[in-house]
Design a protein around this ligand. Structure first.
Ligand code: F6P
Length: 321
């Protein structure tokens, strides 16, 4: 029977993680469970950074970016020895269940702990939106809106100077941030895993647009496609004669107050995670599919391949230039 539940955040932080922690803690307490916070993700779990929390612990956090539990990356958590250290810490507090908020890597760790007798539930929290079993992850919407706000500003100066600007966005090999922001901004080109283009193709397209009435161009590219986007911008200038700049939006994409949509999604996921535990589920991820919250086996969830949104791909190729 579920009695004592811990919650942690792991991997890259995402706006809305606090709203999820809040929902987990409050729904757990409401159900009569004893709730614990783990600091610094799996690293903190291994080190025993665990404390019991009450409902006030999460007061005034729903609007805050980052994660009050802090986070860390611990690739060594794959190792059984390290996992056993984490289990020992949980046993020291008599904790029977763990809710982890993060991405794929976080879920793999949870699946391993589940095999060792800890009930585990995963909540998708990452700006990348790369959890295939869920239509959306916590943080994606806020991040997308941050990108759109930045590109709006970059557009002003790009247009004033009649330049081309290459804007690199995050996504960790998932093209969703590039695709959704490309649709939102109506940019000339999106270059991502789902919309690959060679340098030559990019030059050719820009040259074909050059001399047109508009006279300025925005290109959104996913991170990790170009070794150095600043050098790429120089090559664009040389090849096309269009003065080109590069902007790497970087970690500012991960910060900021979560959007209403992320706060609501996080609250739904948090309550669903506690319900899943109460129903006796373990080693599952809560996910949003067609606006409904469902649970999916963790192993299945991490094995699933993310498909790009075909409708948005079609929209880009239909109405962007
Ligand atoms: O997974 C979130 C993310 O922001 C990715 O988009 C990016 O590739 C990565 O994390 C960056 O990680 P770090 O902050 O550890 O450099």
């Amino acid at each position: 029977m579920v009695k004592k539940v811990a919650v942690l955040t792991s991997g890259g932080d995402a706006p809305g993680m606090n709203a999820a922690v809040r929902a987990v803690v409050r729904a757990g307490i409401k159900a009569g469970l004893t709730m614990y916070a783990v600091y610094d993700g799996y690293k903190g779990l291994v080190e025993g950074k665990i404390e019991e929390v009450d409902r006030n612990f999460v007061s005034d956090t729903i609007n805050r970016g980052g994660t009050i539990l802090r986070t860390a990356r611990l690739p060594e958590f794959k190792e059984e020895l390290i996992q056993n250290m984490a289990i020992k810490q949980l046993q020291a507090y008599d904790i029977d269940s763990l809710i982890v908020i993060g991405g794929d890597g976080t879920f793999k760790g949870a699946a391993d702990l589940s095999k060792k007798g800890i009930n585990t539930i995963g909540i998708p929290g990452t700006i990348d939106n790369d959890i295939a079993c869920s239509d959306y992850t916590i943080g994606f919407d806020t991040c997308l809106n941050t990108i759109v706000g930045c590109v709006d500003k970059i557009r002003d100066t790009t247009a004033s100077h009649r330049r081309c600007t290459i804007i690199e966005v995050m996504g960790n090999r998932c093209g969703d941030l590039a695709l959704y922001s490309g649709v939102s901004e109506g940019v000339e080109m999106v270059v991502s895993k789902d919309m690959p283009m060679s340098e030559e193709q990019i030059f050719t397209k820009l040259k074909s647009l050059k001399g047109g009435k508009k006279g300025h161009y925005l290109v959104i590219v996913s991170e990790k496609l170009f070794d150095n986007v600043y050098d790429f911008a120089k090559r664009v200038t040389e090849a096309t004669g269009i003065e080109t700049r590069a902007e790497v939006l970087g970690h500012l994409q991960r910060g900021g107050s979560p959007s209403a949509r992320d706060r609501i999604l996080a609250s739904r996921f948090g309550v669903a995670a506690i319900n899943a535990l109460l129903e006796g589920k373990t080693s599952v991820v809560v996910a949003m599919q067609n606006e409904k919250i469902v649970t999916v086996d963790i192993a299945e969830a991490v094995a699933m391949k993310r498909e790009p949104n075909k409708e948005l791909l079609h929209i880009i190729s239909t109405i962007n230039r």
